[in-house]
Design a protein around this ligand. Structure first.
Ligand SMILES: Cc1ncc(C[n+]2csc(CCOP(=O)(O)OP(=O)(O)O)c2C)c(N)n1
Ligand SMILES: [Mg+2]
Length: 468
């Protein structure tokens, strides 16, 4: 049952019996840091003594210890209450890590343990709200983006597009080999996101379709092109190729070829921020295909459990290789997966850079307050899955229909309509960008291939007794 309510969508679910919802809320979770601190403080000796005693006689205590795991389990707190009330409650419940220092967590009482094992006598009705960010709803002023910044965002999206158009050509000329997955069509997602984070402080990680995000994160186009050419001046010294762009200074953590593999890494990066207490966050990108993968679910579960400062962004371009989302996902409304992990979920229009920016600003703010979330961004890739995929699985006219809402053309129209730039200025920007990409190719061509000895750098290449 679905009912649209302005920008929010409500979903009601009725279940026959759902024991956890009403009672788990009483058993408040413990922040990950306090769990870690406790673990560190327990000496091996104490643990051994506890194990022995617990087995012998302390049945109530044992029940309490056993309840530590359920106490962190993940009933959605909203229950029948309004989602906003639940959010407010959650915010007031959670003390920042440093204030928490030294406080003893109270173990759940026997009554609470008892309550947690009861089954509600009536069907449980669950109401959830998911925020939506449709296209053409936001202005740059509302988003606190300056006039010049919007022009820069346009330039950046164009740079991504022109860079990849040349990548395709360079691949055909055999200057690039190996895999090549193009991001053309999705540029508003990367640019809109980067304009919403603390660039150079927050961590960002993505999957293998990584050129666009790398350029949005400020990686040098010449070094990116050199990476594709396998040259030593490349962003990963020519050893990573298309799928493994990295930028240490920019805090861009790749570039990962295994579907879903970046999602637990995003959770790990977010955990590092939480552990250090540096108030930075991690934005983890992945495709719609990754949501069908176990690693996604494990990572979101941990993030929900530990209140990690993470924004999980699913770039739903509708395809995983040649398989359409409708044929791969039991529930193609991917943002709704958030409910299973006790976090807010939302969906944004990935063909409108302002919708993306508004959504990511909101989600980044939540992450800084210790609330992880899932944001689905609906977009579309114009090219096949990789350079060698002719995309014959597409329906006739499908691509052309999507191109009508092209994000770069949309932003260009906005800039002209709002008088933020003249047509001549935008033409000049295009010429500049094209030249920048040609310069990147020249840089890649002139660079050297890595020395043979570099094969053994930064890899486990020692002597192994079991191999001899
Ligand atoms: C664990 C794993 N399974 C399968 C593959 C093969 N594979 C490569 S890309 C891909 C589809 C992923 O689609 P999606 O996550 O939507 O990303 P997109 O290509 O649309 O950016 C698959 C199945 C892989 N790389 N890793
Ligand atoms: Mg996809």
């Amino acid at each position: 049952m679905e009912e649209r309510m302005g920008h929010a969508q409500t979903l009601s679910v009725e279940t026959g019996s759902c024991a956890a919802y009403t009672t788990m809320d009483a058993l408040r979770r413990r922040p990950a840091l306090s769990l870690l601190r406790d673990m560190a403080q327990k000496s091996a000796k104490e643990e051994a003594a506890e194990r022995k005693e617990g087995r012998d006689e302390t049945a109530p205590q044992e029940a309490q210890d056993a309840a530590e795991a359920p106490s962190t389990a993940n009933g959605h707190p909203n229950g029948e209450a309004d989602a906003e009330d639940a959010e407010a409650e959650r915010a007031s419940d959670e003390a920042p890590a440093d204030e928490d220092e030294g406080e003893e967590e109270e173990a759940p009482s026997p009554e609470e343990i008892q309550a947690a094992s009861e089954v509600p006598s009536a069907p449980v009705k669950l109401e959830l709200k998911f925020k939506t960010y449709p296209g053409d709803q936001f202005t740059h002023d509302e988003l606190h983006l300056g006039d010049k910044q919007v022009v820069k965002m346009y330039r950046n999206m164009l740079l991504q597009r022109r860079f990849e158009e040349r990548c395709r050509q360079q691949y055909q000329q055999q200057n690039i080999s190996g895999f090549l997955h193009l991001y053309i069509g999705q540029e508003a997602v990367s640019t809109g996101t980067v304009a919403a984070i603390r660039h150079g402080e927050d961590s960002v990680i993505t999957a293998y379709r990584d050129h666009g995000l790398a350029l949005a994160m400020g990686l040098d186009p010449g070094e990116c092109m050199a990476e594709l050419f396998g040259k030593e001046t490349g962003v990963t010294d020519g050893k990573g190729g298309s799928m493994h762009f990295f930028g240490r200074e920019e805090r861009f953590f790749g570039g990962h070829g295994i579907v879903g593999a970046g999602v637990p890494l995003a959770a790990g990066l977010a955990f590092a921020h939480q552990y250090r207490g540096d108030e930075e966050i991690c934005v983890g990108f992945f495709g719609d295909g990754a949501v069908q993968q176990g690693a996604f679910h494990e990572a979101l579960n941990l993030a929900g459990l530990y209140d990690l400062p993470a924004v999980f962004i699913c770039e739903n371009n509708q395809y995983g290789m040649g398989t359409h989302i409708e044929r791969a996902a039991a529930n193609p409304d991917l943002y709704q997966q958030a409910a299973a992990y006790d976090m807010p979920g939302a969906v944004a229009n990935g063909q409108d850079v302002f919708s993306v920016n508004r959504a990511v600003q909101d989600h980044v703010e939540m992450a800084r307050e210790g609330q992880p979330s899932l944001l689905e961004v609906r977009t579309y890739r114009y090219q096949g899955h990789s350079i060698s995929d002719p995309a014959n699985y597409r329906a006739e006219g499908e691509l052309e229909a999507q191109q009508k809402s092209d994000a770069i053309i949309r932003l260009k129209k906005y800039l002209l309509d709002e008088d933020l730039a003249s047509g001549d200025t935008l033409d000049e920007i295009d010429e500049e960008v094209k030249q920048e990409v040609l310069d990147a190719i020249a840089f890649a061509e002139e660079s050297d291939l890595p020395d043979e000895s570099a094969l053994y750098e930064n890899v486990y290449a020692g002597e192994y007794s079991f191999l001899s």
